[in-house]
Design a protein around this ligand. Structure first.
Ligand code: F6R
Length: 610
């Protein structure tokens, strides 16, 4: 994780570095820091915790200089202290780093024998000492950086500045992203185009193994064997506008409430306005039609979208689907079928495990399809076929609108495929398309009707230490998602299960101290089975929050303690609409507890290390 930025500017760069870091803070917020060249000397300002702390320090002790680098950290090696905050520096060089240097211990050992004194617990500090070591031996900055880069193992992107070198910024990309920005008399490096969007729209994305020498005149890119190489410069579609919270207390709440609009936008991008039918890109459908199997890979919430989609593709389109979390799949050496399609789902488009799983599937000859939210992301750029979710920037660390727009996109894809392959008849297809078209309005209705009652329930549940979520079929992944949302923002231990698994273990946890959330609409074909699970829970002293519809609540009202009762929902789109109450529940429990909802402890929005 971590976000990095570098600027060769015309005027003092510290304020620009801080503004860029604000747009990178989604990558980590354990500490932040900047380094600039002032009269040729490296000066640093670093602070533990969020960027606001760095801003306060800079307010008291501003840094001057037109050359600088900055960093926002998600700690890997070394606690999130000020000493461990980047940039790391010697008198000759300062460096910011995203990633992990896997052979740092060996390099540190070597450098300590050469009398280098280490001041931090980070892996990154070895880079500063290694470059310094080569410079002391007479190498010029770029040569020394190259010599050091040749020694590094792991995944990293780096930006370096050098004492006395006012017009030089060196960057390198090996596994984690780095972009070069071309300004008017200014040049930039950053982890993504979003950070640079307020400064320039002219962006070049480096490829793995690239190194770049940046001066105010431009950038020279080399491969890691020092061969000059040209990379495309493109005009970014990223908006430079700041994303604010508006009148909302948290980004997460704003993003929950954006769902009617962004689900509608995503849906409209796939609906033929003349016929009301769902249209997906022909190359996507053609690849899936021929595929003997679809492999779907993602992490976290995006993986739960794959779990839901497996039901859709298998039940409606009759296409066999394998799903896996990327961190397991990438090392499993799974055999993949000839002519197969591999589909990757990602909000950020930068999740390292997902990206490496994609590369594995590419090497194995699969057609690579992705459902991504962040435009110009690495996953998008490395895919053969891309479907965009139109969720807009998601800032809250807990994914909400990205998930429901992923579900919307995958529902459209499964439905369009079923129509193309004749697995559903015209009437069924029309009914499901209509169900999808109603989702934005139903989303608005669910949020409008239930926000206030959910707050009351949250006030009764926020002191729980553990909670269980149960669902069946399409709502099993929603139970998993509900539990994930709760644990990540409220720090309450929560587990999601397939309700049918209850008797195979989790039932042992049930007592009056463990609230149980059961997601079971009355018009779900599996309702009666879920109803039995409610009875079994209550019989053991468990208190149930039922998320259901009128039919389901009426049947179970004598047994449950709380309920959230939605209007009628077509079974096809249930996972989208039944996600909303679990999002609201997690949010209001966290708010009642007083946790940091948008930036919960230990997490980062974009997971670019494994
Ligand atoms: C949970 C959450 C994470 C992400 C996961 C994948 O709220 O946000 O579990 O879903 O890290 O991230 P992307 O979708 O960016 O690949």
């Amino acid at each position: 994780m971590c976000g990095i930025i570098g600027i060769l500017g015309e005027k003092d760069v510290a304020p620009l570095l801080v503004e860029g870091l604000k747009r990178l803070e989604y990558r980590g917020y354990d500490s932040a820091g900047i380094a600039t060249l002032s009269n040729g000397h490296i000066q640093r300002c670093r602070a533990k915790g969020k960027l606001a702390n760095l801003e306060d320090k800079l307010g008291a002790q501003p840094l001057s200089g037109t050359t600088g680098i900055g960093h926002t950290r998600w700690a890997t090696h070394g606690a999130p202290t000020e000493d461990n905050a980047h940039p790391h520096a010697t008198e000759k060089v300062a460096v910011v780093h995203n990633g992990i240097i896997e052979n740092y211990a060996q390099l540190k050992d070597e450098l300590e024998k050469l009398q280098c004194r280490f001041e931090t617990d980070t892996d990154t500090e070895v880079i500063a000492h290694l470059v310094t070591h080569y410079m002391t031996q007479g190498m010029k900055p770029q040569e020394a950086a190259n010599a050091a880069l040749d020694r590094l193992e792991g995944a990293f992107s780096l930006a370096l500045i050098f004492a006395g070198e006012h017009d030089l910024l060196i960057g390198a990309r090996q596994g984690t992203p780095l972009a070069v920005g071309y300004g008017e008399g200014e040049m930039y490096l950053a982890s993504d185009s979003y950070a640079l969007a307020p400064l320039t729209r002219k962006i070049c994305f480096l490829e793995d193994g690239d190194r770049v020498k940046v001066t105010r005149d431009g950038a020279q890119i080399y491969t890691n064997d020092n061969t000059p190489v040209e990379r495309d410069i493109r005009i970014t579609a990223q908006s430079g506008a700041a994303t604010g919270k508006g009148a909302y207390k948290h980004f997460m709440l704003k993003e929950i409430h954006e769902q009617p609009a962004v689900i509608g936008d995503t849906l409209n991008s796939f609906i033929n306005p003349a016929t009301g039918t769902i249209h997906m890109p022909d190359d996507a459908l053609a690849a899936l039609e021929k595929a003997p199997r679809l492999t779907m890979i993602a992490c976290g919430t995006a993986f739960y979208a794959c779990m839901v989609a497996k039901y859709w593709f298998e039940q409606i389109a009759r296409l066999p689907v394998e799903i896996d979390v990327a961190s397991e799949f990438r090392y499993r050496e799974a055999p993949l079928p000839e002519g197969g399609v591999a589909l990757f789902v990602s909000q950020s488009g930068e999740t390292l495990d997902t990206l490496e799983a994609l590369r594995y599937c590419k090497r194995e000859g699969q057609t690579i399809m992705s459902v991504v939210n962040t435009i110009e992301s690495t996953i998008e750029r490395e895919s053969d076929i891309v479907l965009h979710t139109l969720a807009g920037p998601e800032i809250g660390v807990a994914s909400t609108k990205a998930f429901t727009t992923q579900l919307t996109t995958l529902a459209c894809l499964a439905l369009a495929l079923s129509v193309r392959t004749g697995k559903v008849d015209e009437q069924q297809a029309a009914e499901m398309a209509e169900a999808l078209r109603h989702v934005p309005a139903q989303t608005a209705a669910v949020l409008g009707d239930h926000e206030s009652p959910v707050q009351d329930i949250a006030r009764e549940l926020f002191e729980a230490k553990d909670m269980l979520y149960f669902g069946r079929g399409l709502l099993y992944p929603v139970a998993m998602e509900g539990a994930l949302k709760l644990k990540e923002i409220s720090y309450i231990h929560a587990e999601g299960y397939a309700a049918g698994e209850m008797k195979h273990g989790p039932i042992a946890l049930i007592d009056e101290h463990v609230p149980v959330v059961v997601i079971a609409p009355g018009n779900d074909p599996l309702f009666e089975k879920a109803a039995s699970n409610v009875q079994e829970t209550v019989a053991r002293g468990g208190e149930v929050l039922l998320i259901s519809d009128e039919v389901g609540t009426a049947q179970l009202k004598d047994h449950i303690k709380w309920h959230i009762t939605l209007g009628d929902v077509h079974p096809f789109v249930m996972p989208i609409l039944y996600t909303l109450p679990v999002q609201l529940l997690a949010y209001y429990i966290a708010v009642t507890k007083g946790t940091d909802v948008d930036q919960p402890r230990n997490l980062a929005k974009s997971v670019t290390v494994e």
